[in-house]
Design a protein around this ligand. Structure first.
Ligand code: 5RP
Length: 224
């Protein structure tokens, strides 16, 4: 199977996973990226079964609307039973690196609000140790150099993602060569640097279930 076929398979698997729980007033949290797009396309087939969605990015909001799925502001939405999103890396605790698509802050907010966080990914995202994928950090623009110097003190090599502004008007530093043995501690430490909006470690609030696309089918994995 190609990577695109695996993405479509996990997008459909996420719809199958949540479908029995959908009610007329359900609002679903929706992530960002090519795998999340596959979920949106599969979800659209069942749009009469739920009320609408909260989007983790402008791009996702646009795709949902194109399918005729109502998009709600998070502040006006009621409880969110499910948040479905992709990842750049996952370990066996379902701690993630996210933010390859620069949507990490809104993704983390919607994930925090959801009862259940379902991660969908092909098996190329599975790692023993997080950190081969450079860790994205969203930074207030005027703090970029300061945050970069603080990151170097933590042993990382920050690279400014040129030409990218997040939906919140901020910049991204992609940090290479970090030691991410203690993911929760590092997530907190980086978030405490003044000027950091958030970082792409999803460790304090990991996924609850991973639907992973493999050549042998979609595997349902819970945290070790
Ligand atoms: C966007 C993200 C995405 O979930 C992550 O980059 C995975 O994307 P894709 O499904 O396209 O591989 O965190 O900010």
């Amino acid at each position: 199977m190609t990577q695109d076929e695996l993405k479509r398979a996990v997008g459909q698997a996420a719809v199958d996973y949540i479908k029995p729980h959908l009610e007329e007033n359900s609002i679903i949290g929706v992530g960002t990226g090519s795998t999340a797009n596959c979920f949106i396309d599969a979800l659209a087939e069942h749009k009469q079964m739920f009320d609408g969605a909260v989007a983790s990015s402008d791009a996702t909001a646009e795709r949902l609307k194109q399918h005729g799925i109502p998009v709600y502001d998070l502040n006006g939405a009621g409880p969110i039973a499910f948040y479905v999103d992709g990842a750049d890396e996952t370990n066996d605790k379902l701690q993630l690196i996210k933010g390859g698509g620069a949507a990490l802050t809104r993704e983390k907010i919607v994930a925090a609000c959801a009862d259940q966080f379902i991660c969908i990914a092909d098996d190329s995202k599975w790692v023993n140790m997080l950190g081969t994928f450079p860790l994205p950090i969203e930074v207030i623009p005027m703090a970029r150099s300061y945050v970069a110097r603080e990151i170097v003190k933590l042993g990382g090599d920050p690279v400014y993602r040129q030409g990218v502004l997040t939906d919140n008007g901020n910049v991204i530093l992609d940090v290479h060569n970090l030691n991410i043995e203690s993911a929760i501690a590092l997530e907190e430490r980086i978030n405490n640097i003044v000027g950091v909006v958030t970082n792409g470690l999803f460790a304090a609030r990991p996924a609850d279930v991973l639907l992973m696309g493999t050549a042998d089918g979609v595997k349902e994995i819970t945290a070790k």
